[in-house]
Design a binder for this molecule. Structure first.
Ligand code: ZN
Length: 385
């Protein structure tokens, strides 16, 4: 019996995203992702419009990187990798990890030179992967590479009111709750961005509900947010301490004792209140080491400067420049993210201020101005480059 290996296609896996999407991800499109192979090549079909789908090559050592929207790893995918490793001698190694909470990344280490061809057909991005010397044995013609122009996406800001539900955040001496105050400011900010600047914004929570930190990061990715801003009004051990602060992520620990204290207490939220914390925290740990993170932190610091320049007009600042600390909620690999401490709720005067609608309005306006000014500057830079 003869089997035409070149024509026989082995279905490695084919999954609808809706099947892999637990909990919050009901809004995901049921785009189908498949990975098949014939004698010489690995074939992928990915939704072309989803910009999270990426296939590219890294060198020294030669690696093919495949990113696809996926919040958890289906067993079919794990199996597919085992098959690929066994079937193709030019695949030295195949690894699967999370690139971000909603993007799975396969890294294939290749002996020799990888060859990638791609084409787009009916909204499906088709990618074939092989190795240079193996490519000579592949009988079929190499598809022509085409690119689909991407429509300009309207700007979107993900606003994250800190804490909520069973996690009250800090509580002032007069009984003011951080979780309530920051929700008011966040809601005002959303309205102001929309009405004054035509910028669309989405909140991670609309009500007094608990949302784990990694879900907040994940929501920003799901909405393909251009910016992420987390709003807080924490406490400190010394009730004399006052003023607003802006934080971006640090990869190397906190810049000051205050930053360390605040980030440690914020990050403990998931440990205290979220039962799934241990498994999901892995996402956040992995994203920290990604190459994209450096560029994102740079942009986050820039975003933070635009916010600080506007906050200082309405309230005094604990530090006039953005600081850095390891806040888990800022660990998006590609979305510039900052955390704003609007005031210290443990300071008597500031607790009073935080409860006043006039102060909440002033702070929301300052944040809206800062966001708008960051976008204007970004646009200018993009036009110049
Ligand atoms: Zn807080």
């Amino acid at each position: 019996m003869t089997i035409n290996h070149a024509r026989r296609k082995l279905l490695i896996f084919g999954i609808g995203l809706s099947l892999t999407a637990p909990r919050l991800y009901a809004a995901q499109k049921a785009a189908r992702i498949t990975m098949t192979s014939d004698a010489g090549q690995i074939h992928l079909a990915l939704p072309a419009a989803d910009k999270r789908c990426r296939v590219f090559v890294l060198s020294a050592p030669e690696r093919v990187v495949i990113d696809m929207p996926m919040t958890s790893f289906p067993p079919e995918l794990e199996h597919a990798l085992t098959v690929v490793r066994q079937k193709f001698p030019w695949v030295a190694e195949g690894r699967l990890a999370h690139f971000s909470p909603d993007v799975a990344r396969i890294v294939l280490q290749v002996k020799g030179k990888p060859v990638i061809t791609r084409s787009t057909e009916n909204g499906v991005l088709k990618v074939s992967i092989t190795e240079q010397s193996a490519a000579q044995d592949v009988p079929q013609a190499i598809p022509v590479t085409t690119t689909t122009p991407r429509a300009e996406k309207p700007l979107l800001v993900m606003i994250d009111p800190g804490h909520g539900g069973k996690d009250p955040g800090a509580i002032g001496n007069e009984g003011t709750y951080e979780k309530h105050v920051v929700l008011h400011i966040a809601q005002r900010l959303q309205t102001l961005l929309d009405e004054q600047h035509g910028i669309h914004a989405v909140l991670t929570r609309q009500d007094d509900v608990f949302i784990p930190l990694y879900h907040r990061v994940s929501l920003a990715h799901q909405h393909e947010a251009d910016l992420f801003i987390s709003i807080h009004a924490d406490g400190f051990t010394n009730d004399e301490v006052s003023g607003a602060s802006v934080f971006a992520l640090s990869e190397h620990g906190a810049g000051s004792a205050m930053a360390r204290y605040l980030s440690q207490s914020e990050n403990s939220v998931d440990v205290l209140y979220d039962n799934d914390f241990k498994t999901d925290d892995q996402y956040l740990k992995e994203t920290l080491f990604d190459l994209d993170q450096h560029e994102t932190i740079h942009r986050s610091m820039d975003f933070g400067s635009h916010l600080a320049a506007n906050i200082i007009k309405v309230h005094h600042m604990h530090s006039p420049h953005p600081e850095q600390a390891g806040f888990a909620v800022l660990k998006s690999p590609r979305i510039p993210s900052v955390l704003v401490e609007t005031s210290f709720i443990t300071n008597k005067q500031e607790e009073k201020l935080l409860g006043e609608p006039v102060f909440q309005e002033k702070m929301a306006r300052a944040l809206a101005e800062g966001i708008n000014s960051y976008f204007i500057n970004e646009k200018k830079n993009n036009l110049l480059s």
